[in-house]
Write a protein that binds this ligand. Sequence first.
Ligand SMILES: NC(=O)c1ccc[n+]([C@@H]2O[C@H](COP(=O)([O-])OP(=O)(O)OC[C@H]3O[C@@H](n4cnc5c(N)ncnc54)[C@H](O)[C@@H]3O)[C@@H](O)[C@H]2O)c1
Length: 372
Amino acid sequence: MHIGCPKEIKPQEFRVGLTPNAAREAVAHGHTVTMEAGAGVGAGFTDADYADAGAQMVGTAAEVFAAADMIVKVKEPQAIERKMLREGQILFTYLHLAPDPEQTHDLIASGATCIAYETVTDDRGGLPLLAPMSEVAGRLAPQVGAWTLQKANGGRGVLMGGVPGVGPAKVVVIGGGVVGTHAAKIAAGMGSDVTVLDRSLPRLRYLDDVFGGQFKTSYASAGNTIELVREADLVVGAVLIPGAAAPKLISRAQLSEMKPGAALVDVAIDQGGCFETSKATTHQDPIYDVDGIMHYCVANMPGAVARTSTIALGNATMPFMLALADKGWRQACEDDPHLLNGLNVHAGKLTYFAVGKALGIDVLSPQLALKA
Ligand SMILES: NC(=O)c1ccc[n+]([C@@H]2O[C@H](COP(=O)([O-])OP(=O)(O)OC[C@H]3O[C@@H](n4cnc5c(N)ncnc54)[C@H](O)[C@@H]3O)[C@@H](O)[C@H]2O)c1
């Protein structure tokens, strides 16, 4: 198969769909890989790295789209990229179609077969192509929280780990899923005093079994939450209710009960945020102050560490990318129902029920699409 990877063009996107290692594996499987020149630069990969891996380099995205049977990307295709897709071509990338009718209609019109990273599943009920970005955002949260707590940034001037004779920062993580667990591990590793709140008792049991001693757990009743938040130097918001906006767990009025200069890092901002006063910010201007409490609410946190994020995403996508290339999309999806769950659009039809419901578009079942 001819696999193509253009440079990402969405503003502030520095990741790339194929790492040189992924390109090397595809070439070893007998495939041709075409990269747009400069595609990997934002993630620290040079054109020479890709050439060494056996990829061919071309000057423009148009050449990549024209040559490739399958396009591998990171972000949803932008309007100018959607125009370059053609019937029969495979697109493998994040799509997030439900809130994006324009993109959905363009992809349907393109006739391409579009497989979305975010809806590919695994045996444990997880989302294996979303998890790496949650791991990155979770591990980044205490790092940006520590920075936000510094005096010059408006914070309380508290050091995460304290020093001998001075106690550590108190960190409260609300939501003990992928983001929350990674945030708690790093915060504990920095020497802070960490408590993780969740509403799922099985999850709290798991965290206590695996991490007991490194951090504490608490049931996320409203009473427990506010009691811990009052004492906290740093609060990380990491809740998710699948398919719904994040619940608001700290109100504006409750900010006045917090310590002046405490920091809120709202990782759930991409689902609307779990603090009433959260509003999305960018890496250029990440923090703001409401009533003396510092807020960090960057919606695409993994972009701050584009190299780590690219490699982590590439590790997760590579087996699926190789299956699609080795077998063709039809056989690969027939063999792997989890990959079939990624099928969102095929040959002029929407094939993902939740998107159809959100946008009021008729859906062809993915099983029927396999036979179409
Ligand atoms: N900002 C970013 O760059 C970025 C990056 C990755 C993920 N995210 C977001 O981070 C959030 C968490 O993602 P995840 O992968 O960890 O999800 P997850 O499903 O693994 O974990 C969510 C946890 O929240 C818990 N929860 C739900 N409601 C709760 C409540 N009211 N109180 C306490 N806990 C509650 C659930 O029981 C679950 O354990 C999501 O909103 C996700 O979209 C943001």
